[in-house]
Design a protein around this ligand. Structure first.
Ligand code: ADP
Ligand code: MG
Ligand code: MG
Length: 897
């Protein structure tokens, strides 16, 4: 719209002139009312004052723009013509509601003022017109209360308290005051308003209207509204419209009432109208919760004609908007009036069912259906959902790291978690943070809670991988391992106490809160099938065990993008062999210790290849520094002290010898721990740097992979191994390892007289690797971006420590979001782009994927699509999210290449 020189700007649109496409100008409510009016639905007549008028009001120092008032007057006269009633008419007045309505739904804005136009005289007219004096005075009382609160800012509770006390003391006893009682109450309310605002509630209806419109404008910049916009990223300059509408009365008798309805069930999506109705009530009564509304079905019995009409309107509105609607309506003496329609909010499950049903009903296309379901909402469908009520005690809130919900008794130690789980107890493992040492406890627990760490901390990543509910970074929790309890302020939760963990919200709740199990239905499968047709990115899973791999396949993964091998060293007595390897004095002894682990690795890989029959499996060679395989230093020191103490009390020679042996052994371990300990393990001796220092490790792993591949291939399994070298910074590091991989694999093939095709590639997780990707691609056959480490090393942020200050960064707006959750597209993303371009410049068919946590994040997936990657790989339980997000990304890039 032109501004400035235009003399006669249209500030006011009667509902008959607007349309639902004019959301920006008329706001959501105004556009909906106009749409319903022009479609011929019963809407009380009225008009909308535009968002542009509101903007100009602010530009003009809170003065109504020129022409606004005369246009309002004209629109008002048209409503008088339509209704045959007059504003301020003492013999039967026209009354208005004044309602705010921005283009986006915005709680925190002004509430509606109803019954505007009443004063000591017109109230008599309303009484005469309706033949119901008590009703008229009740309406007047409501008006004074709302006007005092909304226009003059009298605290709601003050006016409410007075009205409630008077009503409670009323003679009538039916909640409706006698005329005399109302009259006295209104006077008291007016006195309070006068005392508070030093201004009286005006009698002149036009003055009432002017003040009400200004109050809506002003409410755009009240505290609540500003906070809400900030929190939800809504622009300050969209402004609100004002809707002025003739009143209809749901509070005019038993054949009247007010209600809300969804055209379909918003929690399941079932195509059955869903809602509530309250008879003989006006607007706010439903929300206020004074009387409990009836389910909408009750309307079918009480007023079948009205119900059928509503049902028909609901159908027609859906056909019109091609989406589920959320309706507000009022019945006035048996006549139905529509007061609002908008897009209905819904659960993930309902979103899917509604979208699929609407395609089948011919309302929308498959593309629409796929685009309508928010990818992240799919997670709700895969995990149990905690049904917390208002009475449930929230003990603490952390970061929701892995979705789902579970109840169990609190334990603080991994071994104990394992023992108690073996005894059939559900346990929740609570730790400061977790380490690979706690893995078995995490497997045993139903949920994991940590007081430190962010959403890519060890606990979070491992829990998501297992699809286990997890809350991390619960900073309020003080864990006390010694006393086996944790504190939140004064609240103490002891070992063995029941808690419920909600991984969807990050809440830790007291006791056993109910959860419901989700199930994947035909609607889900149908929608995902369409998504798969549209997407061009492949989706793989990060899976480390045959069971994970099988689960990933069931959820639609097209391969494994990251199989971490370190877990394979932790199970059972493998860790002993691993420690033996670490303690070994020379290469020969090391190789010997490793041969003990090799058979286990071989069987693990066979299981994974079988589960992924026909799909690629990317196996990453050992990554973590060796000291992670040794016991913790403090525990070892403690153990030695304890042994020495016992030595002092030992009775027999045999005991003394045994204790001395163990002390000796522990001290050797301690020396090794100290020798391997690093100031900064994240940047230390890990990744390919290990394989270079200890080539026996690489050799053993490759032998296991190649042997498993050959054995599976012999059984007819289609095996596609991709061997991945981690943490490469220099092309020469890669070449060094690649040479070992090829040599060992070839020797296995010779030994078995059979060969299997495989590729050797690298993770790009250091800036230097990204910058020299062309040199690396000379020998590397594929790249996989390890975006967790790449983020860490690009921004210089330790992902384990950054959770202390990153949330503050996001709150202050220094960064928009946590770069470990959603890719930093401008910084880290630039390196992804550079590495992709440079890599493909020497190897045009270079296969490139992502295997960091970002592989399951919809915004990051959209970025990876634009960069032109081949696949994303994410935690098993995020696979459906990634499939749908990849479809969205592909559809978006169709229009905007
Ligand atoms: P909200 O944005 O909070 O939903 P609304 O502007 O929709 O606020 O108004 C709230 C309620 O007030 C409506 O649901 C309806 O019950 C009542 N109301 C609004 N306008 C009218 C009207 N013209 N006649 C009768 N009731 C109305
Ligand atoms: Mg409201
Ligand atoms: Mg409403």
């Amino acid at each position: 719209m032109m501004m400035g020189l235009v003399m006669t700007q249209q500030w006011v649109y009667p509902f008959t002139e607007g349309s639902e496409t004019m959301r920006e100008l008329l706001g959501g409510k105004g556009a909906g009312l106009a749409g319903m009016t022009t479609a011929g639905f019963p809407v009380p007549p009225g008009f909308t004052i535009t968002t542009q008028a509101c903007r100009t009001y602010y530009d003009n120092d809170h003065i109504f723009p020129k022409g606004l008032w005369s246009q309002t007057d004209a629109a008002l006269s048209r409503v008088e013509e339509i209704t045959g009633k007059h504003f301020g008419d003492v013999s039967g007045p026209l009354l208005f509601s004044v309602r705010s309505g921005a283009a986006v739904s915005m709680p925190g804005m002004m509430d509606s003022i109803l019954n505007l136009g009443l004063n000591d005289e017109t109230v008599e007219g309303l009484a005469k017109l309706t033949g119901d004096e008590r009703f008229a005075w009740d309406s007047y009382r409501r008006f004074v209360q709302m006007f005092g609160e909304i226009v003059f800012g009298v605290p709601r509770e003050r006016l409410h308290a007075i009205a409630e006390t008077v009503t409670a003391q009323s003679e009538s006893g039916d909640g409706l005051l006698s005329t005399e009682e109302s009259r006295a109450l209104i006077q008291r309310l007016k006195d309070v308003v006068l005392g508070h605002a030093r201004t009286a509630v005006p009698d002149d209806p036009r003055e009432q209207l002017r003040l009400a419109i200004a109050a809506v404008f002003d409410s755009w910049t009240n505290r609540r509204a500003i906070d809400y916009r900030r929190l939800n990223g809504i622009d300050e300059d969209v402004y609100t419209a004002v809707n002025v509408q003739a009143m209809v009365f749901g509070n005019s008798g038993e054949d009247s009432g007010t209600g809300v309805a969804f055209t379909r069930n918003p929690s399941t999506g079932a195509p059955i109208m869903y809602g509530e109705f309250l008879s003989n009530a006006q607007g706010e009564d439903v929300v206020a919760g004074i009387r409990t509304p009836e389910p909408i079905a009750s309307l079918e019995h009480a007023m079948p004609d009205v119900y059928n009409q509503l049902r028909e309107i609901a159908d027609r509105l859906e056909n019109h908007y091609c989406d589920m609607q959320d309706l507000e309506f009022t019945v006035d003496h048996g006549k139905l009036w529509m007061l609002q329609t908008r897009r209905g909010k819904r659960t993930g499950r309902a979103a899917i069912r509604v979208a699929v049903d609407m395609v089948r009903e011919g309302l929308i296309t498959r593309v629409d259906a796929v685009n309508r379901v928010t990818a992240s909402r799919l997670e709700e469908l895969l995990h149990p959902i905690v049904m917390a009520g208002a009475d449930d005690e929230v003990i603490a809130t952390g970061l929701p790291a892995s979705p789902g919900g579970a109840s169990g008794v609190v334990v603080f130690d991994a071994d104990e978690a394992e023992e108690m789980a073996a005894a059939g107890k559900d346990v929740v493992l609570v730790r400061h943070e977790t380490s690979p040492d706690d893995f078995h406890g995490m497997v045993a627990a139903v949920a994991i809670v940590t007081s430190r760490g962010g959403v890519t901390s060890h606990a979070a990543v491992v829990a998501r991988g297992m699809g286990k509910c997890c809350v991390v970074g619960c900073a309020e929790i003080e864990v006390d391992y010694a006393d086996k309890l944790f504190r939140v302020g004064n609240r103490v939760v002891s070992h063995g106490e029941w808690v419920t963990v909600d991984g969807n919200t990050g809440q830790v709740l007291a006791g056993q809160v109910d959860t419901v199990e989700p199930e994947l239905d035909d609607y889900y499968e149908t929608l995902m099938g369409w998504a798969d047709e549209f997407r061009t990115l492949q989706v793989r899973a990060n899976a480390d065990t045959p069971a994970d791999a099988a689960a990933a396949r069931r959820l639609g993964a097209e391969g494994i993008g990251l199989c971490r091998t370190e877990h394979m060293f932790f199970e059972g007595d493998r860790i002993e062999a691993m420690r033996e390897m670490i303690m070994a004095p020379n290469a020969i002894a090391r190789a010997e210790a490793l041969t003990k682990i090799e058979p286990y690795q071989t069987t693990d890989f066979e299981g994974i290849f079988e589960a992924m029959d026909g799909f690629p499996v990317t196996i990453r060679l050992l990554d973590p520094p060796l000291h992670e395989f040794l016991p913790r230093r403090d525990e070892t020191v403690e153990r030695i002290t304890d042994l020495k103490l016992r030595l002092g009390h030992a009775q027999s020679l045999e005991d003394i010898n045994r204790l001395l042996d163990e002390i000796n052994e522990r001290e050797t371990i301690l020396r090794q721990i100290e020798r391997l300990s690093e100031v900064n393990p994240m940047l230390g001796h890990r990744g390919c740097r290990l394989g270079i220092a200890y080539p026996e490790i690489t050799e053993m792993q490759v032998r296991a992979i190649a042997t498993a591949a050959v054995r599976c291939a012999e059984r007819g399994v289609v095996v596609l191994p991709e061997i991945m070298i981690p943490l490469v910074a220099f092309a020469t590091e890669f070449q060094h390892q690649e040479e070992i991989v090829r040599r060992v694999a070839e020797s296995v093939f010779v030994q078995y007289g059979m060969r299997v095709d495989y590729t050797v590639g690298t993770m790009i997780e250091l800036p230097r690797a990204a910058l020299t990707a062309d040199a690396i691609a000379e020998t590397a056959e594929f790249f996989s971006f390890g975006t967790n480490d790449l983020t860490q090393s690009t921004a210089g942020l330790s992902r384990d420590d950054a959770s202390r200050f990153l949330p503050g960064y996001v709150r202050r707006g220094i960064i928009e979001h946590d770069p470990f959750q959603s890719l930093d597209q401008t910084g880290v993303g630039e390196l992804v782009q550079i590495a992709t371009d440079r890599g493909r410049s020497v190897r045009p068919d270079l296969k490139i994927g992502v295997c960091g946590e970002h592989g399951g994040d919809p915004a990051s997936i959209d970025f990876f699509q634009r960069v032109g990657l081949n696949y994303v790989s994410c935690s098993t339980y995020r696979v459906p999210v990634a499939r749908l997000a990849a479809a969205h990304a592909a559809l978006a890039s169709r229009v905007d290449p």
